[in-house]
Ligand binder design. Sequence first.
Ligand code: AR6
Length: 511
Amino acid sequence: EPAEFRGVPLDDIPNLFKQPPLLVDMQDIRDPAHAFLIKPFAYDPSKPDNEPEPIHAAGVYVDKWDDDHVRLPCSPYNLTNKNNPKWSIIQNALIYLQQKCVENIASVYDIKETIENCNGAQFDIGCLEHLLDKVYKEDERAHFMTKVLPEMISFALNVDTICTEPPILLRIGGNRALTFSQRQAASLLACAFFCLFPRQSHGHTYQSINFNKLFEHGPPWKLEKLKCLLHYFWRVTQNMPKGVLTLRRFTLPDQWRPNWTESQTPMCSLHVNKNTTIEDMAGLLQIDFANEFIGGGVMGDGIVQEEIRFTICPEMLISLLVGEVMQANECIFLFGCEQYVSYSGYADTFRAKDDFVDNTGRDNWGRRLCHVVAMDAICFSNPCDQYFPACIGRELDKAFTCFRLPRSYEQRVYGIATGNWGCGAFRGNKELKAIIQIMAASEARRPLAYATWHDQNLMDSLWTVYECLLRQQATVRDISKYLLEYVTRRPQLSLFDFIRTTPISSLQIKP
Ligand code: AR6
């Protein structure tokens, strides 16, 4: 029996549950960079059905239509080409569909017509049509059309009373955070389902959250993604989760960038396993192998790590609506998102599996103790480029930006769950990326849990190299020297073999 893991056992890596982060009560928050769509709320575990309230009183909708806010479909500034208010058109179309659903006479064609009427344009919803008419069993289809869909329509129609003001945008360079309820997320996602979001300002630096691409004819796994998302709507219409979510953008200031070639920081502790997924390493900071446009191809054909994660945890999709394209020194944290469905397979074998009940504990704001960070690697069209020192430096800084703990957490270090970051769709080298992530985790002074994704060799070789570095008491600076010498000399060896066979003392290049 080959070993299942190497290094520190996963259970010995400090996690969020053993040491829940101490969060100041929301009442004390006076941080103008943190925007709340809900009133201050303290989660009481003995009353899990208490739910945060929207920020403004019932019936009050405060519109904002500017460069700092999401443009909501219910805004009076949301106009047709002929300058007519769109919202009343949308309301009429949705109410008409809702009526038909309740009377049990709505067809997929009615959904198509509704989306088209809301948008004044033609739509291909072949994938949705196939799912509802050909894949769903008769009772599943009937349940969706008569129970789930009318509720989704209510979420969309009431977006103004549920959200009460538009969410802020997490714009480039702004260290802002947005906190909102799971109900508000469901309402925004229902609007996305009916493709109600107008073109946002700066449209080219944001993804679209509207479902239109997902509805189009396409490969079989798109259907599986749609299954997962409809399952999410089924769950929240049946029993609305009562918790809170936070999206936070972080920009690393230049002066906080580590000096990689001088740092005397010792190596972090390491756990390597081959059969655990990142999403299953609960309580650690989980890495999303992201696109600079957060979510990547989740609303289209994409179905690798990031797209799968966003599909099984659909509340993460709100980040597409608010998250502007990430720069080299930026990342976006997703706190509190819940998983609603399990899956099997990967990429073209991806399948929606079962209902998933997420029992992850909550923090004192009511957010699930699930911390994810979107970390976008460089996409190498030519893999040789990754050995340029500038590219290595960029990846080191990016990983550090994501791994760095805020000051307030420094006494409560918890580990990082990662794996072959940037080494699938983005064609990076696993050995180089593993070393880069070890350096960044060391500099952030956090333990690292690395999932090799069923790769026994990588598990063994990573552990061997790590032990070899440990034996020599290597510091971040020493590892920088290895990298520099390796990319300068380009020996006919893999990076791991080079490190294994070269003692630190014989490295010649002085950084
Ligand atoms: N847990 C652990 N390891 C995993 C998991 C998982 N759940 N899933 C995949 N891996 P990839 P990238 C391993 O290609 O190269 C998306 O479109 C597996 O070995 O998703 O950074 C984004 O939006 C896999 O080959 O990440 C970006 O556009 C490797 O991780 C782009 O892909 C890399 O997964 C990012 O590509």
